[in-house]
Write a protein that binds this ligand. Structure first.
Ligand code: GLV
Ligand code: MN
Ligand code: MN
Length: 425
C-alpha cells in the first residue's frame, strides 16, 4: 500500500494498469521498425509531450511548455512562494530503442501526480512534474538538450552547433516542430525557484537484477565525451589498385575501432567504457576502396580526468594509425558532459524512506547519462533506478516489469513527500 506509512493523508495505491496503459500509449508513438523510435525535435516527440500535458491538465494541474520543448506540470503547495520540488525524465528515444528509457520516469511522475490529486494530499512546496525534451539527442550526437537549456549548460548558440545526418541543425529541427531556438534563454530555470528533484529511471545495466534488488539509489552519474573522427583516404578501384598503393580509410577505421575498444580494457581503465557505435563509409561500394569514413566515439566514465585523458589517448592512437597509413584525420568534439556526484543528503532522504517502507535498495553508479546530471547543476537531485531485464537498453528488447516500476513509483511518491516535509523545516 503506497506510502501509507509516510503521510497523514495516505496515498492511494499505485495502479499497475494505469502505468501499463501510459507506457503502451507512449510506445505507440513511434516511427516504423523494431522497438521505439521517437527522435528529438520530431512531431512524434511533440505528440508524446502533448499526451503528457493533456493528462496532467485533466488532473487539474497547471501545465506550461518552454521554447526548448520541455513540459512542466505544477501542483501548488500550501506555502506561498516556496521553491518547488520536481520529478520527471524524458520522452525522446534513440533509434530503435526501448519503451522504458526516460518514459518510465515520466509515467512514474504522472502516476505520482494522480495519487496526490486523488488523495487530495497537501504538500508545502509546489510539486512539478517534468517531461524534458531531447535528452537522448541521439540524432545530433549530444544528450540532455532540454535539461541542459533549463539548467544553464546550453544556450542559443549551441543549437546551431550540432547537425543530424542530413545536415539539419538542432535549431532548424526545433523550428520545424514549432519551438523557438532563439528564445531558449527564457526556458532557463531560476535556481532559487527549486528546492529538490528526484528522477526515476530504468537502470540500463544488470546490477539490480543480479542482486535481486528492486530499487537502486544512484550515487554518481557517468560523464560522456563524444567525438567524430573524420578519416580521408583515396577512393579507387578495388581491382585496379595494388595493395601497396592504397589509402584505405576503411582499413584505418577498423584499426581505430579496435584501439577504442582496447584502450578501455587495461588496468588503468577499470570502469571506463569506450565505444564506436557508428561508421559512415563513402562511397560504400563493394568495388571501391573507401575514400572517407566517419566514426563516432563515446567515452563514459565516473572519473572526469580519466574520461578526458581517454578521449585524448584515442585521438592520439588514431592519429598514429592515420599517419602510418597516409590517411587524413580530423577529430571533432561533439559533446562533453562531466560525471556528476549526486548529493548524499538527497540520497539519504530516499534511503530513509525506503527503509520506512521496508523496500530493499542498493546504492550504485549510473553508466548512462541522465537529465539529473543537468538538473543537479542547480537543484539538489537524486535518482531512483528500477531493474532492467538482462541489463539491456537502447534496444527493442529493453524491458522492466510493471511491478518494478510500480514499486519504484511508490518509493518516488513517498520520497517526494518526505523531501517536502524535511525541506519545510
Ligand atoms: C543518454 O541517455 C545516454 O546515456 O546515452
Ligand atoms: Mn534515459
Ligand atoms: Mn537513453
Amino acid at each position: 500500500v503506497s506510502g501509507a506509512a509516510v503521510a497523514d493523508h495516505p496515498l492511494a495505491t499505485v495502479s499497475a494498469q494505469r502505468i501499463d496503459a501510459l507506457l503502451d500509449g507512449f510506445a505507440a508513438l513511434s516511427a516504423p521498425g523494431p522497438g521505439v523510435t521517437r527522435l528529438c525535435h520530431t512531431p512524434l516527440e511533440r505528440q508524446a509531450h502533448d499526451v503528457f500535458a493533456a493528462t496532467m491538465r485533466e488532473l487539474g494541474l497547471h501545465v506550461r511548455s518552454d521554447a526548448a520543448g520541455n513540459t512542466v506540470a505544477e501542483r501548488p503547495g500550501t506555502r506561498v512562494g516556496a521553491p518547488a520540488i520536481g520529478t520527471g525524465s524524458h520522452l525522446d528515444s534513440v533509434p530503435h530503442g526501448g519503451r522504458f528509457d526516460g518514459v518510465a520516469g515520466v509515467v512514474a511522475a504522472m502516476e505520482v501526480a494522480r495519487l496526490l490529486v486523488d488523495g487530495d494530499v497537501p504538500h508545502v512546496h509546489p510539486l512539478r512534474f517534468v517531461a524534458f525534451a531531447a535528452e537522448e539527442g541521439a540524432r545530433f550526437g549530444r544528450a540532455m538538450n532540454g535539461s541542459g537549456i533549463a539548467c544553464g549548460a546550453l544556450g542559443p548558440a549551441d543549437l546551431d552547433a550540432v547537425r543530424d545526418a542530413d545536415g539539419i541543425t538542432m535549431a532548424e529541427a526545433m523550428r520545424s516542430v514549432g519551438l523557438d531556438p532563439a528564445a531558449v534563454a527564457a526556458a532557463r530555470w531560476d535556481p532559487t525557484d527549486w528546492a529538490g528533484f528526484l528522477e526515476l529511471h530504468i537502470e540500463q545495466g544488470s546490477v539490480l537484477e543480479r542482486a535481486g534488488v528492486g530499487v537502486g539509489l544512484v550515487d554518481a552519474i557517468s560523464g560522456s565525451t563524444r567525438m567524430a573522427l573524420h578519416l580521408t583516404g583515396r577512393a579507387s578501384h578495388t581491382g585496379g589498385t595494388p595493395m601497396h598503393l592504397r589509402a584505405d580509410a576503411m582499413a584505418a577505421a577498423a584499426e581505430i575501432v579496435l584501439q577504442v575498444e582496447g584502450v578501455a580494457c587495461d588496468d588503468r581503465h577499470r570502469g571506463t567504457r569506450a565505444t564506436v557505435g557508428r561508421l559512415t563509409v563513402e562511397p560504400g561500394s563493394i568495388t571501391t576502396i573507401a575514400g572517407a569514413v566517419d566514426l563516432s566515439v563515446d567515452v563514459r566514465d565516473v572519473d572526469a580526468d580519466r574520461q578526458r585523458a581517454t578521449a585524448a589517448e584515442i585521438v592520439g592512437r588514431a592519429s598514429a594509425i592515420a599517419r602510418r597509413r597516409g590517411i587524413g584525420l580530423r577529430a571533432e568534439m561533439l559533446a562533453d558532459a562531466a560525471p556528476v556526484v549526486l548529493p548524499t543528503w538527497v540520497r539519504g532522504v530516499v534511503a530513509d524512506t525506503a527503509e520506512r517502507l521496508d523496500v530493499g535498495y542498493r546504492v550504485l553508479p549510473s553508466g548512462a547519462s541522465h537529465d539529473s546530471q543537468m538538473v543537479g547543476r542547480i537543484v539538489p537531485t537524486g535518482m531512483i533506478f528500477v531493474p532492467s531485464r538482462d541489463g539491456i537498453s537502447h534496444a527493442p528488447q529493453e524491458w522492466t516489469a510493471t511491478a518494478d516500476i510500480a514499486a519504484g513509483t511508490d518509493l518516488l511518491a513517498a520520497a517526494l513527500l518526505e523531501l517536502d516535509r524535511r525541506l519545510a523545516g
